[in-house]
Design a binder for this molecule. Structure first.
Ligand SMILES: Nc1ncnc2c1ncn2[C@@H]1O[C@H](COP(=O)(O)OP(=O)(O)OP(=O)(O)O)[C@@H](O)[C@H]1O
Ligand SMILES: [Mg+2]
Length: 234
């Protein structure tokens, strides 16, 4: 259970998150909202990449906001980025190895952790390929595999479906829904693709101008008039 309480983030005069309060119990939870609603800012509040003016994010008695960002990673918080972070000269495998230290994986478990993550997302065969040679789908999968190294407790995926084909989206669905059974982590999925959200998220939260405007069972949330207006009104 992830308990988000009164999270507020301000950028000068812009209130990017306004006292967001939310209890996340499901294995895969969606986070949607129009451009600029505060979705990425919420993932940044989890990982410590923005200053949180007020509030807490508590998981099993640990308030993540009290931990330094690197300790959140070690604790088991993993995230992918809206803009994929791939280094042209590093191999796929090197991208995964680069996160081992930060996650505090013991030497004896490193090889296994890298292989398991590569195999799980289905990119073992390209493990020695350089970042510069990867297509958008392979970049996404490399980034998700990085999140699955070690024993993640929370995986935040920020628009993983951007720029993927229909068949690649189908594989992405399977990857996302398998994360909890396979690795034990809760997944928070940010995406604009409502079909993806409907298919994989048991519950969904909606942000608009930094405020939580809806939260509940995904099909009910997507049918909500206030939610529809927030999307169509822009
Ligand atoms: N580092 C920053 N400095 C100043 N303003 C920021 C910063 N990051 C975000 N904002 C502002 O905070 C608000 C929320 O932005 P955020 O990136 O969280 O939205 P989003 O829901 O992820 O949008 P999108 O769907 O376009 O990715 C916007 O008004 C944005 O301009
Ligand atoms: Mg965003």
């Amino acid at each position: 259970m992830i308990e988000i309480q009164d999270i507020t983030v301000k950028f000068g005069g812009v209130v990017a998150l306004d006292q967001v309060t939310l209890k996340i119990a499901d294995d895969v939870v969606g986070l949607i909202g129009p451009n600029g609603a505060g979705k990425t800012t919420l993932t940044n509040a989890f990982s410590g990449f923005v200053n949180v003016a007020n509030g807490s994010i508590t998981v099993n008695g640990t308030n993540l906001i009290d931990l330094a960002p690197h300790l959140r990673t070690r604790w088991g918080l993993a995230r992918s980025f809206q803009k994929v972070q791939i280094v042209p000269d590093l191999s796929v495998e090197d991208h995964l190895k680069a996160v081992l230290d930060g996650k505090g994986i013991p030497a004896s478990q490193r090889k296994g952790a890298v292989s398991k993550a590569l195999e799980y997302v289905g990119i073992s065969d390209i493990r020695f390929r350089k970042g510069s040679t990867l297509n958008p789908y392979q970049r996404r999968m490399t980034e998700i595999a990085k999140c699955l190294i070690g024993a993640p407790r929370i995986v935040l995926l920020d628009e993983p479906g951007g720029g993927l084909s229909e068949s690649e989206m189908q594989h992405l669905r399977e990857v996302i829904t398998g994360i909890h059974p396979e690795f034990g982590a809760q997944v928070l999925l940010v995406d604009h693709d409502v079909d993806l959200i409907r298919d994989v998220c048991a519950s969904t939260a909606v942000l608009d101008f930094g405020k939580l405007i809806a939260f509940g069972q995904t099909d009910e949330v997507l049918a909500d008039e206030v939610v529809k207006t927030a999307y169509l009104g822009r």
